[in-house]
Design a binder for this molecule. Structure first.
Ligand code: ATP
Ligand code: MG
Length: 342
């Protein structure tokens, strides 16, 4: 990990929205990385970003369930709530408070360039929520309220991380301080952008209306095998070198997924499977996916039998998060010039 944010001690923050079922994309692009960072001994703060989730409509009962299930997903994947700070965003109000300050720092022009807003708002941007537009300012607040120096994310969040740096730099410049760190994105592994199984040009997302487009962490072995069997591919054999993926995004995606799950490089996978037809490669991929995901999904369902325990873990995590965030918020308010007299 590079350390451009040298004046601040290394601290990791990242979040996932409880906006649906955890997907294989979330696992390979985010969760698996989170566990690695935690196990390297780096101070890590992981958040279920429920306030981000409601930037598009969420049924309240579904949101509550998804938040707890996401917490179960973190723990089942290897996040230890004693080692890492694990909580849901809405329980630490400093995120929302700092996001207002950042709404006043970020420029309209910056926000209008964000591709996630364009993708999610689609053709009817006038009808999107203001929260969806302001999403990246809240995300900057999530990160900077902890002075986090590194943020492990999937490739799709790179632009939001750049915006976070722009916000930190403008705040520091406008107020003449060196207060917020220049946070570094950490985008690692063979599968930093897992694509939809139905369309190799679209990111796999938990909010995609098509369940066949993604593998959910809670899918049964049969469902995983079926989804991989039906995944879009092509009629050619796998190439033996990466160059052979040109104009074959679906083939590339399936090999990336294999590499991500097996902790191999794409070159290594092609050394083993180059020349194979999809009729042979897909069952091998399905077997690997089931072997890696089913222990996590059974642990998730075990944890979900005791949601009171999950809530307790999130409450404790929120207290620990609050203890870090509050002094940074108070200092921010002082810098901005707010009178604090109680
Ligand atoms: P939504 O569709 O609601 O936006 P999502 O699947 O994109 O859900 P997020 O909660 O927005 O999930 O993102 C959580 C983390 O997972 C982020 O770090 C993001 O970069 C990563 N991520 C999301 N989708 C993918 C993907 N297809 N491949 C790799 N990483 C991903
Ligand atoms: Mg997303």
């Amino acid at each position: 990990m590079t350390d451009a944010a040298q004046t601040h001690p290394t601290r990791i923050f990242s979040g996932i929205q409880p906006s649906g079922n955890l997907t294989l994309g979330n696992y390979l692009g985010a969760l698996k990385r989170f566990v690695e960072k935690q196990n390297e001994g780096i101070e890590s703060i992981y958040c279920m970003v429920d306030m981000h989730a409601i930037s598009v409509w969420q049924d309240p009962a579904d949101l509550r369930h998804a938040t707890r299930e996401l917490a179960a997903g973190f723990i089942a994947s290897g996040i230890d709530p004693e080692k890492s700070v694990l909580f849901n965003q809405s329980q630490v109000s400093a995120h929302a408070e700092l996001s207002w300050i950042f709404n006043c720092v970020a420029r309209m022009g910056w926000m209008q360039r964000m591709t996630q807003f364009k993708d999610k708002a689609g053709k009817n941007a006038q009808n999107a929520s203001l929260g969806l537009f302001a999403y990246p300012a809240l995300m900057a607040a999530d990160i900077l309220i902890y002075h986090a120096t590194h943020v492990p994310v999937g490739d799709d969040q790179k632009q939001h991380l750049e915006l976070t740096r722009d916000i930190a730099a403008k705040f520091n410049h406008d107020y003449g301080v060196d207060f917020f760190p220049m946070t570094e994105p950490v985008i690692e592994g063979a599968a930093t952008r897992v694509m939809s199984l139905r369309d190799g040009s679209k990111k796999m997302s938990k909010s995609d209306p098509s369940d066949m487009s993604r593998i959910n962490m809670t899918d049964s072995a049969d469902d995983i095998a079926k989804k991989i069997r039906k995944a879009k591919s092509d009629a050619d054999a796998l190439p033996s070198e990466i160059a052979g993926f040109e104009d074959r995004p679906e083939a590339r995606n399936l090999v990336n997924i294999y590499a991500g799950l097996a902790d191999m490089t794409v070159d290594q996978v092609l050394a083993d499977h180059g020349g194979s037809q999809f009729g042979t490669f897909k069952p091998a991929l399905a077997e690997l996916a089931v072997a890696k995901l089913s222990p996590i999904s059974s642990e998730m369902s075990r944890l979900m039998q005791d949601t009171a325990e999950i809530d307790k873990i999130l409450g404790r995590g929120a207290e620990r998060a609050e203890a870090i965030a509050r002094p940074i918020l108070e200092k921010t308010y002082e810098i901005v010039g707010f009178v604090r007299s109680r």
